[in-house]
Design a binder for this molecule. Sequence first.
Ligand SMILES: [Zn+2]
Length: 155
Amino acid sequence: MPLWKSPSVGDEIDSRCPRCKEETIHRVVAMMTGSVHLVICTRCNSQHRHRGSLRGSKKVAWPTERQAKVLLKYRAAKEPKSQALLQEWQTMKESAGEGEPATYDQRHAYVEGQAVRHPVFGLGFVRRLTGPKKMEVLFPDQVKVLVTDRRGSGD
Ligand SMILES: [Zn+2]
């Protein structure tokens, strides 16, 4: 796990504000090709490009102020969904009961409601079996489709 996590839309980062003429806390409004693109100064509310984000990257079209607003709205609309996921996760956790769940193993056959500990995504629960050797697993903030019941050839 890297100690440093790259910022995403909605995060607060330090950036130089052309209006305040100093480094202030900015909220990320838009990302482009994996780097911070457009930020809003939390002090003066002016929106501008994040300095230094163009280093080594090709010139790309910037989102307009209008597009940035749409992005913010989209972000806001997404929040309740993750809240709902977390609630569902907590409900499943309660019904799964106590006990240390086994670490995820793609060769293992799982049943709905079973707890799985994933090395990357954390504690999850089998939401449903979605097809042959595939299952939907609910983690606190996301749903992942994982392989199940895959038998190795040379066991
Ligand atoms: Zn400012």
